[in-house]
Design a protein around this ligand. Structure first.
Ligand SMILES: *[C@@H]1O[C@H](CO)[C@@H](O)[C@H](O)[C@H]1NC(C)=O
Ligand SMILES: *[C@@H]1O[C@H](CO)[C@@H](O)[C@H](O)[C@H]1NC(C)=O
Length: 994
């Protein structure tokens, strides 16, 4: 009906829409909506001008969808009777005068320009976005269409076209028949079907309810109200743009409309809008120097690549716009908007259903069936109506209908068959698993009982000889009664790439780093078995290095002469791009050590003295306060990884289930070591202060020997045991008796503790400079979940609770957030000491949202059963004391310490995903739920107190066995022997053998 070109355009439009619907954030630069908008507008305008030149857009009244607007078959229009003349007159009344045309162009330009801004704003505060506003577009279009263009139609003519067989003549069928007849003949004929479609899509969007993210949409800010309004505004603007395209499509082709072809009009709209945005961008460039880096993509890993990808995205969007525009002229706006809406809703919907085949996230099969059935019904009613209006369209064959239905059913099958129920609680399985891992670890970590076995184990694991002094180290470890004598893979992995670098270079690099105070890296010198802090250390950080020296003192007499460079910041420092690291590691693996058992004697001369005047050269880049994910996480991942492709939801209000799937069992962490790996989790970019906006982050992509207390996956810092813990900056020291100036802080047995989740801390995870970065930070999200969820917009909380019918099974159930205290999930969580590390409006916003309490004594933690541990700007120093107590520690972390491999999650502590979506289920598993929720359901489940106590106690015992101060010394000693060998000019000859 619409010619080959029309069909082609329609196909292209649907195809591009499908691509966009499948994964918008991986395709579109959502962080640069304005760049993208300008490029898209320019590309589209240029293409339209080209099209206008070789105009396919004939002014031909017979073409296309105008059939929808003509109540008499077009072929009869040329006849001369009065009715036809009247009809002709009606059609010609849609012709546009010059001023109308001008008005339309103006309205469209304003709408488009504002729309870009609305989209930009929406993306900035997408935490507060609700899901299904845009779905009402076809409905609004149908209403406008009915009011303006649709005409009463002769019913007889319709009935002739109708393929409906004789239905017999019961009263009901008569009624249905007459209803149908009156609907078809009325100008409102398309409105009910458009409404049905919008409703169906609205319901499909509701299926996501169980996967809201924990991003903070501040209740105290106006965003809660403003963002949904912005979404409605976006809908109105889209409707006006659609109407403009409709008016142009109909009026623009009538001979009496002034000569300004449709493509030219649109090119004008797009160019004007692009012009306005370019002016805005120019003003921003001139007046806001702080935005220059972002505007000019200075912080991009590869600016050229980013620009290229922006251009590709713009071309894709332009293709979508132009093919859609042309399809509107051929098939009618309503048809296109309905088809596109159905695609844009169903594709993510079906994708969600397929990714949610497991019990988590729960989907209501009933809602699923309903929502898709409504869409199906709406579309088939629409097709019927349309066929009734166009004699030329034949109904689809039965075969085609069956095929369509079958495909539909197949696509929805996983959702329809899905159960939200599990037969075992995942935590039971994970705890069982942990027990097995533990048994394996026992054997792996401490199998050597004498030096010969230790050397043998070393050689077997690393295919090389241990470093000189290994026997002294082993003796030291025995004397200090440490239990772990064989498991030091962390040291091996940390140091491996450095073997590819010459010893002289390693020494030079150390000197370079500590000689420039700007680097915030300071040195410790070891000469003649004595360790000393170098003189140029920043006074505020001196305690830290003195702490390190105090660890070293116990064994420094056995160390060779050398200098060490320590990271004074909490954040990690060295991240090699993936391919560079692989190259170095491969090179390193080709080297080997010898059998000479003593370090070189003249080592001291190899290390240069600290210069009296600091140097100013540095290889570190300052990335403080910037979003660091692309540059410092994605770059360390293979290029095929999700971190590069950016497959996370467009709106932050949505949980990225695909991102969590690899390390999760249901809502729970099943693989703690990859839970912090950014490579499969692009959404981490917005979930942690370190990626969102670190406080002091100076980093390099070149391999440099920096000793750090903790690091994030992908970083190549060398881990060492933190002086913070060694010096007992925070310590586990409960007191049973009170004194005059201090009350008692006992650590009672687990059963006697308060059943509450306890946390105190500062907003120190990252710096929120005024752009709202705090809304994604783990600490803020956790505090918000604990205190303010009850009042937030997104208050559906999904928990795994006993099935109401089969108590031995568990079902994922969504409860209102306000119910949590009612069913006994108590928390005592707050920020203390005011809001720190903030700027601009973020200080006040956080103050209003969270308030802040006065700090409690650290020793009051032991009163509570559940202690949650979260990263600060770096690792959390409190975790070891938590482990040592009788309380149960829960931990969500990006940063990992030297002892990470020594702890078995679900045996020694309870791991949490950084998204925190399993927090309440985890708590419910241990604490149980008792009470009546806001939906009126009564719960009485005792939970797993015994398991909680088991983990609390085994963590306590284990930390006394493998995480003592002696363990820190032994780890550090071994690390430095290895490091001593790597920095020795004769390193290829060095090795300890018996
Ligand atoms: C089903 O949809 C209705 C209407 O959107 C909603 O109120 C209800 O909570 C949904 N049910 C489930 C189990 O999600
Ligand atoms: C959030 O919860 C805290 C603690 O209950 C409260 O002090 C604060 O006022 C709440 N914030 C809002 C905006 O209601």
């Amino acid at each position: 009906m619409a010619g080959l070109l029309g069909v082609l355009c329609y196909t292209v439009s649907c195809l591009t829409a499908s691509i966009l619907a499948y994964s918008p954030s991986s395709i579109l630069a959502t962080d640069r909506p304005v760049h993208l908008a300008i490029l898209t507008l320019v590309c589209s305008a240029l293409s339209l001008l080209v099209i206008a030149k070789r105009s396919q857009f004939k002014r031909n009244i017979d073409s296309g969808h105008r059939g929808d607007y003509v109540s008499i078959p077009l072929k009869e229009l040329r006849d001369g009777d009065a009715k036809v003349a009247k009809e002709k007159q009606r059609i010609h009344s849609y012709a546009l005068t010059s001023s109308e045309l001008f008005a339309i162009v103006l309205v469209a330009t304003v709408a488009l320009t504002v729309r870009v801004d609305v989209q930009r704003r929406l993306l900035l505060v997408s935490e507060c976005a609700t899901r299904s506003v845009e779905v009402w577009l076809p409905f609004l279009i149908a209403v406008y269409d009915a009011l303006r263009f649709q005409k009463r139609q002769d019913v007889r003519a319709i009935e002739e076209d109708d393929d409906d067989e004789d239905l017999g003549s019961t009263a009901y069928q008569d009624f249905a028949q007459s209803l149908k007849r009156s609907l078809l003949s009325s100008p409102w004929r398309y409105v009910p079907t458009a409404f049905l479609l919008s409703l169906g899509c609205h319901l499909v969007a509701g299926l996501w309810l169980s996967s809201e993210s924990s991003h903070v949409c501040p209740i105290s800010s106006s965003d809660v109200v403003v963002v949904p309004r912005l979404q409605w505004l976006a809908l109105l603007l889209d409707t006006s743009l659609a109407i403009a395209s409709l008016e142009l499509a109909i009026g623009g082709m009538l001979p009496s409309t002034p000569i300004l072809s449709i493509p030219i009009s649109w090119a004008a709209v797009l160019t004007l809008s692009a012009g306005v945005w370019s002016i805005i961008a120019a003003v921003v460039i001139a007046t806001q120097p702080e935005n220059h880096a972002w505007l000019f993509m200075e912080h991009e890993p590869s600016p050229v690549g980013s620009i290229l990808s922006l251009v590709c995205q713009a071309l894709l969007l332009a293709t979508f716009c132009i093919s859609t525009l042309y399809s509107v002229m051929n098939l009618g706006l309503l048809h296109i908007s309905m088809a596109l809406l159905a695609l844009l809703t169903m594709i993510p919907g079906i994708r969600f259903i397929w990714s949610a085949r497991r019990p988590y996230p729960p989907i209501s099969s009933l809602n699923l069936t309903w929502s898709f059935a409504i869409i199906y019904l709406a579309w088939s009613l629409y097709s019927r109506t349309r066929r009734a209006m166009h004699a030329s369209e034949s109904p689809p064959s039965t075969l085609r209908r069956v095929i369509i239905f079958a495909v539909f059913a197949l696509l929805l099958y996983p959702g329809l068959m899905k159960s939200n129920t599990v037969h075992f609680h995942p935590i039971d399985l994970l705890m069982y698993d942990a027990q097995n891992k533990y048994l394996g670890y026992l054997n792996y970590a401490a199998s050597s009982s004498n030096i010969a076995e230790a050397v043998h184990t070393y050689q077997e694991r690393y295919q090389d000889n241990p470093p000189p002094g290994f026997d002294v180290w082993f003796e030291f470890a025995r004397n200090r009664s440490v239990w772990v004598t064989d498991e030091f893979n962390q040291i091996y992995n940390d140091l491996l790439p450095f073997r590819a670098i010459q010893p002289a270079d390693l020494r030079q690099h150390t000197w370079d780093m500590v000689s420039n105070p700007w680097n915030e890296i300071s040195g410790i010198t070891i000469r003649g078995g004595v360790a000393q802090v170098q003189e140029n250390v920043i006074p505020t950080h001196r305690w830290m290095l003195e702490g390190v020296v105090s660890i070293l003192e116990s064994f420094s007499q056995h160390l060779p002469d050398m200098d060490l460079a320590f990271n004074l910041n909490d954040e990690s420092r060295v991240a090699l791009p993936f391919s560079d690291l692989r190259r170095l590691e491969n090179k390193a693996l080709r080297t080997g050590f010898g059998k000479s058992a003593s370090f070189s004697t003249d080592r001291a001369s190899g290390w240069k003295d600290i210069p009296p005047e600091p140097i100013s050269d540095t290889i570190f880049e300052n990335w403080s306060f910037a979003n660091t994910f692309q540059e410092w996480a994605a770059l360390t991942c293979p290029s095929s990884s999700a971190a590069h492709r950016g497959l996370s939801p467009l709106f932050k209000s949505q949980l990225c289930l695909d991102c969590a799937a690899d390390h999760s069992l249901g809502q729970f962490v099943s693989n703690w070591s990859i839970a912090a790996d950014p490579c499969h989790q692009p959404d981490l970019a917005n979930l942690h202060g370190f990626y969102l906006s670190p406080a002091a982050f100076k980093a390099t992509h070149q391999l440099r020997p920096v000793f750090s207390q903790s690091k994030v996956r992908g970083f190549n810092d060398i881990l060492y045991p933190s002086a913070w813990n060694y010096m007992d900056k925070v310590a586990y020291s409960p007191t049973n008796t009170s004194s005059a100036d201090r009350p008692a802080f006992p650590d009672p047995p687990y059963k006697e503790k308060v059943s509450s989740l306890y946390w105190r801390g500062a907003t120190s995870e990252g710096v929120s400079t005024g752009q709202g970065a705090w809304r994604g930070m783990t600490r803020q999200r956790m505090v918000h979940m604990a205190n303010n969820l009850t009042m937030s917009q997104h208050d559906g909380v999904t928990l795994l609770l006993p099935d109401t019918r089969h108590p031995e099974r568990y079902t994922y159930t969504t409860l209102p957030g306000a119910s949590l205290p009612d069913i006994g999930l108590a928390t005592d969580v707050s920020f203390v000491d005011g809001i720190a590390r903030c700027g601009g409006r973020d200080c006040e916003a956080q103050e209003q949202e969270f308030g802040s309490a006065t700090p409690d004594d650290f020793q009051s933690h032991w009163k509570y059963k559940y202690l949650i541990d979260l990263d600060g700007a770096g690792f959390s120093g409190r975790f070891l004391p938590f482990l040592q107590s009788h309380s149960l520690p829960l931990k969500a972390a990006l940063f990992r310490e030297w002892y990470d491999s020594r702890l078995i999650p679900w045996l020694h502590f309870v791991p949490l995903d950084l998204r925190l979506h399993g927090l309440w289920s985890t708590l419910a598993y241990f604490a149980g739920v008792h009470g009546t929720d806001a939906d009126g359901r009564t719960w009485d489940w005792n939970g797993h107190q015994r398991e909680a106590e088991l983990i609390a106690e085994s963590g306590r015992e284990w930390s006394r066995k493998v995480l003592t101060k002696a363990d820190m010394e032994v780890y550090f000693f071994r690390l430095l022997l290895e490091w001593g060998r790597l920095t020795d000019d004769r390193r290829d000859e060095l090795g300890f053998v018996l």
